[in-house]
Structure formats: C-alpha cells, structure tokens
Ligand binder design. Structure first.
Ligand code: URA
Length: 245
C-alpha cells in the first residue's frame, strides 16, 4: 500500500490536538518532532507511519479513519469482488485512504458496519477474546418458542461448536403471516451465525439487520449513509475491547 503524504501542520490539526494555526506556531518553536528529529519547517510532508510528537506527546492515530456505515442489503462486505457486485468501499469513491471493513455482514444482511484503515484496531474489534457485543433484529419464519429462547440464552450446539449465551427479546409475533420479529445480541462473530442459530430450530431468517455494535447504534443513519466516528466513540470501543491502542 502506498502511503499518502500530508503537511505536518495538517496532520497535527486533524488529530484534534490543536488548530492548524497553533500547530504552525508549535512547529516553528521547535516543539514538534518527526521520528525523533525536531522539525521547524512549515509544510514538511509526513506519512502515516511517521512517529510525530508534539511537546513530547505522541499524536494519537494520525491519519486514522473510523467510519460507521449503514450497509444496505445486496452489498458485499469486501473491498473488491471478482463477480463485479457492489462492495462496501464503492460507497466511498472520494476517499484517498484505503479503508476496509471490520468483520463482515452477509450479502443479504443490512446494518451497522465499521470501516477503518487501522488494522490493529480492526483485529482487536473482531478478536473473540474481547467479546464485542452485536445486536441484530431478525424477522423469522414461524414462531420462536419460549423454550427456544431459553436455549439460545444458554448456548446451542452448532456444527462449529457451542454458541456463547445470547440475549434474546421477542418483539412481535404475527399469527396471520406466521413470523416472529426478534432482537438478538451475541458476542461472537462466526460465519452466518445468527442465521444458523435460528435455523437450528427450523426458523428461516427472512430479514436481518445489525442495529448495534458495542456502544454504537445506527440512530438516524439511512441505508447507504455513513459518518465518521468521534474520537470519544473510538476511545470507548477500545476500552470495551480492553485495548488502549
Ligand atoms: N449473523 C448472520 O447470520 N449474518 C450476518 O451478516 C451477521 C451475523
């Protein structure tokens, strides 16, 4: 991956430490180092892998991007597709940084997906050890029975092992259409896990959407829309994954 060069004062300002004007003053005063060397020249170009310190304090994640995206259905959670189908990064044509999805949602699943260029962050979010909570709303064929809810809450045996306890809340059941609307929160991220958990009881999932990820919700974001996460949201996610970056 080729690295994008940016002007030093811009990188400092974007990290949220101070304004661009003040960053320029700090640079000319000799208070900024790049890879251990004092840099006093305004406009010096730096790349993401450079270690920048302002008054001896390292910049937190310069040039790191964290995006909350409402993935529509019929979009592949990938950066490319050999069959030419729409992929999640097609929604960000203006972006210079190379971002990639954190975990995945199925082609037919919509909902909350994080995209980032921070590989270490992505690894932590998806590592099973950190048990990030993900809430889904699912529309099922058939009636989900009380005993089935209890079993899901305890954990059920799938072909790749027993699932961790889930939180399950039945929202509505439509007798005429013979469907159940249910919210399920899981802390694992196995392939097609929610669909397989309901299939275990013979319930086909006809609609699935992820509505929460850790501290994040979709709020008023429509399918296909995205926004950047605030530094506070990123910090909270890191804390939830017991990860200080
Ligand atoms: N579980 C699924 O079955 N599909 C998803 O996309 C996510 C979780």
């Amino acid at each position: 991956m080729t690295e994008q060069f940016e002007r030093l004062q811009k990188v400092i300002a974007q990290s949220g430490v101070t304004s661009r004007r003040k960053a320029e003053v700090l640079i000319t005063e000799g208070k900024v180092t790049v890879n251990g060397e004092v840099v006093k020249t305004l406009g010096t170009k730096v790349k993401p892998s450079d270690k920048i310190e302002v008054e001896g304090i390292p910049l937190e994640n310069p040039n790191k991007l964290y995006i909350l995206f409402h993935k529509p259905t019929k979009v592949i959670t990938s950066v490319s597709d050999d069959k030419g189908r729409t992929v999640v990064t097609d929604f960000f044509p203006q972006l210079k940084e190379r971002i990639f999805p954190v975990g995945r949602l199925d082609y037919e699943t919509s909902g909350l997906l994080i995209l980032t260029n921070d590989g270490e962050f992505a690894n932590h979010m998806t590592h099973p050890r950190y048990k990030m909570k993900k809430k889904y709303v699912a529309k099922l064929k058939g009636f989900l029975l009380r005993e089935q809810v209890k079993e899901l809450e305890k954990g059920i045996m799938l072909e790749d092992g027993k699932t961790a306890p889930a939180i399950v809340k039945v929202k509505t059941q439509d007798r005429e259409k013979n469907t159940t609307l249910v919210e399920i929160t899981i802390s694992e991220g196995r392939n097609r896990q929610v669909r397989r958990m309901f299939a275990h009881f013979g319930h086909e999932v006809v609609k699935l959407s992820r509505i929460e990820y850790g501290n994040l919700t979709l709020k008023s974001l429509n399918a296909g829309d995205a926004r950047e996460l605030s530094p506070h949201e990123v910090k909270q996610l890191r804390q939830m994954a017991q990860y200080k970056g």
